[in-house]
Design a protein around this ligand. Structure first.
Ligand SMILES: [Zn+2]
Length: 156
């Protein structure tokens, strides 16, 4: 049983707050994000464990989604915490402009991929609501009847 500290209280509140919001980042999306950034999104550190950081902090309405999460090193993640990203980067003298430009490109790609999936292509993960709809649409429609010659061929 961990001692009751401010940190554990904060962690519990954070957990409850997260449970109440939409967090649909899938493991596949996270893998793609870490590959696309190739390191910490903020300081560029690589070869170290990366953590999921919400660009718009959860406390400010951000969510753990493919369009709001970037990989961050432990140091950046802890330092940024609930700060607004651009102000924090400026204070840390990080390359805010490079980050925003790269992020914009990735967001554009993510949205393009999302709209492709919406066209009826097979989805990648079970977490997407679209997949359920696709399964219904693809249902058990009998195909044989649409092929007049099929029955004849099997009988002969
Ligand atoms: Zn970093």
């Amino acid at each position: 049983m961990p001692p009751r500290t401010r940190a554990t209280t904060y962690a519990r509140r954070r957990k409850r707050r997260l449970a109440a919001v939409t967090n649909d980042l899938t493991p596949a999306e996270w893998t793609a994000l870490t590959a696309a950034w190739g390191g910490c999104a903020y300081c560029g550190a690589n070869g170290i464990p990366l953590q999921k950081d919400c660009v718009l902090p959860v406390s400010r309405g951000g969510r753990y989604t493919a369009t709001n999460v970037v990989p961050a090193c432990r140091s950046c993640n802890a330092s940024k915490c609930n700060d607004e990203v651009t102000g924090w980067m400026r204070r840390k003298r990080l390359d805010e402009r490079a980050f925003l430009e790269r992020w914009a490109v990735l967001l554009h790609a993510a949205r393009a991929a999302a709209s492709d999936a919406g066209d009826g292509d097979a989805g990648e993960g079970d977490a997407h609501g679209d997949d359920a709809r696709d399964v219904d649409a693809g249902g058990d429609t009998p195909e044989v009847g649409a092929f007049p010659g099929a029955a004849t061929l099997t009988d002969a």
